[in-house]
Design a protein around this ligand. Structure first.
Ligand code: NAP
Length: 310
C-alpha cells in the first residue's frame, strides 16, 4: 500500500491521518466502532469473546484513542460496553470513549425511544457498564430506526445539556440528524460531533458535513465500509455502486476496497473522523492502515464521480 508518513517497514498507526479535537480532548482521526464486537442480531451466533477482547487491545496498541459504543450494543450473551471495560481497564489517559443515548433495547432486542427524563438513567447505565465516573462524549442518537426522523430534539438535547452542567458528561454530540437539528442543538449547548450515515456511495449528508466543518464540529460517519459488505447491514443486501472505481484505486495502491472507502471519507476534510467497526483482527489492522493511504487528485476525481444514492 502506498503510504506517506510512516517508514516503509512500520505498521501504520491511528495517528497517520492526524488528529481532531472533541472539545478539550484530542483524538486520532482513525478510531474504532464497537458495534461489531459482539456480532450482530442477525448473525448465526455471537462473536468469540476472546477475539473481541484481542481486537480492542490491538486497537489501543495501534494508537486508537477514540472508541464509539453504546449500551444498546448487546446480544443476549455479549455487551460491547462490558467487553471494552474488561479489555481496556485501566483505560489509557488519552482514550476518549464516545457513547450514545436515546434508543433503548429491551432484552428481546426491540428498540424504544427514551423520553427526555429517561436520558439520565441511560447516561448512568453507560457510566456503570464502562466503569467510569463520567462520560467524555455522549451523542443524542435521534430516532429509534435507521432512517432519519424530523422534529425538534430540543427537549432531549436540553436534558443532556443539564447532565453536562452536572458533570456526568463532558461533551455532547448528535447523531442521525439533519442540518436544522444540528443548528437547534448548537443553540442549546456546544456540539463537538455529528455521527451520521455517510460514505463514498451514500453522500446525502454532504451539506451537513460542510456545516460541521464551518463550526469546527467533527463529522463522524458510520457505515463507511458496511454498505459494501454482504450481510453487514440490517436489510441484508449490499451496495455494488462504484465497485470498479474503488477496485482500480485499490489496485494502484496495493490496498483493499475497504481501505479506499475509509481513505475517501478521511479526504473529505480534517474534521471527518473514521470509526470503522470490526470484530476481526486483520480488518482492524487494515482499517487503521487506511489512515496512511493518500489518494491523488485524479483518484479523488474518479471516486467523487461515482453516481451515488445521495
Ligand atoms: N449513530 C448511529 O446510528 C450508528 C449506527 C451504526 C453504527 N454506528 C457506529 O459506527 C461504527 C461503524 O459502523 P460499522 O460497524 O457498521 O462499520 P463499518 O466499518 O462501516 O462496517 C463494518 C462491517 O464491515 C466489515 N468490515 C470492517 N472492516 C473491513 C475490512 N477492512 N474489510 C472487509 N470488511 C470489513 C465488518 O465485518 P468484520 O467485523 O468481519 O470485519 C462489518 O460487517 C459502529 O461500529 C458503531 O460504533 C453508529
Amino acid at each position: 500500500m502506498t503510504i506517506d508518513n510512516t517508514s516503509a517497514n512500520s505498521t501504520p498507526t491511528a495517528d497517520a491521518a492526524g488528529t481532531w479535537r472533541l472539545g478539550d480532548r484530542t483524538v486520532n482521526r482513525i478510531g474504532f466502532g464497537a458495534m461489531r464486537l459482539t456480532g450482530m442480531p442477525w448473525d448465526e451466533k455471537p462473536r468469540d469473546r476472546a477475539a473481541a477482547i484481542a481486537v480492542l487491545r490491538r486497537a489501543i496498541e495501534l494508537g486508537v484513542n477514540h472508541i464509539d459504543t453504546a449500551a444498546f450494543y448487546f446480544l443476549p450473551t455479549r455487551s460491547a460496553n462490558e467487553l471494552i471495560c474488561t479489555a481496556l481497564q485501566p483505560y489509557p489517559d488519552d482514550l476518549v470513549i464516545t457513547t450514545k443515548v436515546g434508543p433503548a433495547r429491551s432484552r428481546d432486542g426491540a428498540f424504544e425511544y427514551a423520553r427526555p427524563d429517561q436520558l439520565r438513567a441511560q447516561v448512568e447505565e453507560n457510566i456503570r457498564q464502562l466503569g467510569l465516573d463520567h462520560l467524555d462524549v455522549v451523542n443524542l442518537r435521534w430516532g429509534a430506526g435507521l432512517d432519519k426522523e424530523p422534529g425538534s430534539l430540543a427537549e432531549h438535547f436540553g436534558a443532556l445539556a443539564e447532565l453536562r452542567e452536572a458533570g456526568l458528561v463532558r461533551h455532547l454530540g448528535v447523531s442521525n440528524i439533519g442540518a436544522e437539528q444540528l443548528i437547534e442543538a448548537m443553540a442549546i449547548a456546544p456540539v463537538v460531533c455529528v455521527q451520521n450515515r455517510y460514505g463514498l456511495t451514500e453522500r446525502q449528508d454532504e451539506a451537513l458535513a460542510e456545516l460541521c466543518a464551518e463550526h469546527g464540529v467533527a463529522f463522524v460517519p458510520f457505515f463507511a465500509v458496511a454498505t459494501s459488505v454482504p450481510g453487514a447491514t440490517p436489510h441484508g443486501g449490499h451496495d455494488e455502486t462504484g465497485r470498479a472505481e474503488v477496485a482500480e484505486v485499490a489496485k494502484a495502491h496495493g490496498a483493499t476496497p475497504a481501505q479506499v472507502r475509509l481513505a475517501w471519507t478521511l479526504h473529505r476534510g480534517p474534521h471527518v473522523l473514521a470509526i470503522p467497526g470490526t470484530g476481526d483482527l486483520a480488518h482492524l489492522e487494515e482499517n487503521i492502515a487506511a489512515g496512511a493511504l493518500r489518494l491523488s487528485d485524479d483518484e479523488l476525481t474518479l471516486l467523487d464521480g461515482i453516481t451515488t444514492t445521495g
